[in-house]
Design a protein around this ligand. Sequence first.
Ligand SMILES: Cc1ncc(COP(=O)(O)O)c(C=O)c1O
Length: 466
Amino acid sequence: MTESEGNKNEDCHAANGVKPGRNGMVKNHHHHHQYQKQEKVYNAACNGELYSRPFIESFEETPMLVAVLTYMGYGILTIFGYLRDFMREWKIEKCHIAREREEQKDFVPLYQDFENFYTRNLYMRIRDSWNRPICSVPGATFDLVERSSNDYNWTFEYTGRVVKDVINLGSYNYLGFAENTGACATAAGEVTVKFGVGVASTRQEMGNLDRHEELEKLTASFLGVESAMAFGMGFATNSMNIPVLAGKLNHASLVLGARLSGSTIRVFKHNNMQSLEKLLRDAIINGQPRTHRPWKKILILVEGIYSMEGSIIRLPEVIALKKKYNAYLYLDEAHSIGALGPTGRGVVEYFGLDPKDVDVMMGTFTKSFGAAGGYIGGKKDLIDYLRSHSHSAIYATSMSLPVVEQIITSMKCIMGEDGTTVDPPNRLFSPLPLNQRWQLQQTGSTGPSGPGEVLNMTNMSLTLLG
Ligand SMILES: Cc1ncc(COP(=O)(O)O)c(C=O)c1O
């Protein structure tokens, strides 16, 4: 994640009547009435005409009092930490754990100085607030194993009791499909009885089952693209396929994929379109370093909903830039697919855009579908290419069938094709009217002609992450 900056076009802000903060977004200053006022004044960022409706994102700023008290708390803990270390030195304090032992002093240190200090004196005091063992399904609430410590959280003992119904703010079971009862669990159970859990071969060898193909067809129709391919691990969907696409970013899987691809990586400021455009323009004007030959391919890698901040990508502007500069767009919808847009089709639907404008639609089945794995969707040529070139297709075992079944069942429920009128358990879709979909205004630029072109360019490519 990169530090972001606001849209600096003052004329534009004046025209829209609201001055966005960083990222061109309106900040929520905690005052409800102020927020409502901001909503009334229709804020659109500089490229407002690209949006079919006002795009307002607000992030709550840390109140000054909370920030001051937090820093004061850190300050006090640090002072006491030094005091306790001093007492340890003089053998007054008894707890010596997490320090290098005397006989290890000639080895490369296991702990960095401050890391060690922080763990010993700050983190250990409060670590029982995290990492608690869960002993139920990760639903909206879950059960925790009760534990206690007699040595200031250095070790824990289980009391044998269970803390019931604790609110779960950690898991990404967004729509509540990851349950051990209900239609998904039943379907997964039935298919396990029939086929077992393991597939024991790769997709290219003996591990290609009709259920895999049904999942891929369903995913393609859900995304509104020609074709799709499913992979057993969301992380590997990025890290194993970006190298195939880029030839020789945000989430670690994107960064790893871009690094493995061997392409040159440049990072633009988070969700900042001026920063992206500057990189694109510089890349086209200057070409490759030293030779100044034009880049063979420029790939823009973005996340639909950013995993760290929860901000939504300014997709209409990214698409306009990608078309203007003839770049390719790889959209990671790990967090937005299923959860955003009137019918859960993700950020593309949220903005009323056409999936064809995104060259590579990537997402994972781990979040909204409560399963495991990932997919890539796009034109048929692109998916056919991945089927024969992706390491995941050639060397990795095919997806386990209960997982496939869980995804098929949850996706059909989201699509309303499960024969019921039941909504997903935690339905959160935004209320964009259906008639506002597919309304991206055309920019008039030509853009790349398709995945065939993506695939021809195997080296001398540039990856832009932001
Ligand atoms: C943006 C993004 N892409 C990819 C992944 C990897 O997905 P998975 O957890 O399904 O392996 C994640 C995981 O959280 C993610 O946040």
